[in-house]
Design a protein around this ligand. Structure first.
Ligand SMILES: Cc1cc2nc3c(=O)[nH]c(=O)nc-3n(C[C@H](O)[C@H](O)[C@H](O)COP(=O)(O)O)c2cc1C
Length: 252
């Protein structure tokens, strides 16, 4: 099996960039298995394995999902496309199979399921990149979470979080390496500093505004009228549909 040599595995992190242009080539023999096994080895809170991964091999389904996820062509082009889901459905069945009563409520399901699923996805992404493939997460699944959940026949307790494209990068159309927010705004010692100073915020914008002002992108996603606000009602519908809407507690 062809595995590229990596003198230093830490190289992997600095070499990461999201790939949006793929060649039509499939993954090499055996590589899909290595990527899936990397995902399976992710740590899991309390051993709950609160995730599932749907590999989308049906081209018509893949095309519908691409349309639902902001019509992104790279979802159609990548050799592989996975939908990463939080999943407490299987865990509930395991508990009830042994006569236990399901005791996990919606808030905990959402948080723990998201963290478990994310670790699986990141292991898969890193394994794919270690094997030399390009990858791209697809958060735009959240533009139509409820419809996508139905397309994938997800039962109650399962929620799509994001997609993951994996494939052979088109070397002619590699994107630049994107910067990251300055370290002193994200990593702290012993306590959070609270509000940031204006100078620190300016420094973050200076660091992040490479080709254009970072605010153009941040504002489009996170300011009023942006993508994230539009996703809120979709998320509300999806949580209700998948029976993950937090309920009022008896103790409240
Ligand atoms: C959860 C998540 C969702 C994302 N969704 C999308 C997406 O829908 N489409 C896309 O092209 N890139 C998507 N990305 C990739 C980000 O745009 C990218 O990671 C970020 O701009 C930093 O660039 P880099 O990964 O090349 O360093 C997503 C990344 C994450 C972590």
């Amino acid at each position: 099996m062809d595995r590229p040599d990596f003198p230093d595995p830490l190289d992997l992190f600095s070499r990461h960039r999201s790939i949006r242009h793929y060649k039509r080539d499939p993954l090499a023999d055996g590589h899909l298995d290595l990527i899936i096994e990397a995902g399976r080895r992710a740590p899991t809170d309390a051993g709950g394995h609160m995730y599932s991964v749907i590999r989308v091999t049906d081209p018509a389904l893949r095309a519908r999902l691409a349309t639902l996820a902001a019509n992104q062509q790279h979802i159609r082009d990548a050799a592989e496309f996975f939908v990463i889901c939080l999943d407490v459905h299987r865990l509930r069945q395991l508990i009830e199979h042994r006569g236990g009563e399901w005791g996990m409520r919606e808030r905990i399901s959402l948080i723990y399921g998201t963290s478990d699923a994310t670790m699986v996805a990141e292991n898969m992404m890193l394994a794919a990149e270690a094997l030399g493939y390009g990858t791209c997460y697809i958060g735009a699944v959240q533009n139509n979470t409820d419809v996508i959940a139905r397309e994938l026949a997800l039962p109650a307790g399962v929620l799509p979080l994001y997609g993951l494209c994996i494939g052979v990068a088109d070397e002619e159309r590699l994107p630049p390496f994107r910067p990251r927010v300055p370290r002193d705004l994200c990593f702290f010692e012993n306590r959070h500093p609270g509000d940031y100073r204006a100078g620190q915020l300016d420094a973050a914008y200076a660091e992040m505004s490479v080709k254009r002002d970072w605010y153009e992108s941040l504002g489009r996603y996170f300011a009023t009228g942006g993508t994230m606000e539009a996703r809120e009602p979709v998320m509300a519908r999806a949580w209700r549909q998948q029976e993950l809407e937090p309920q009022k507690l008896d103790t409240e």
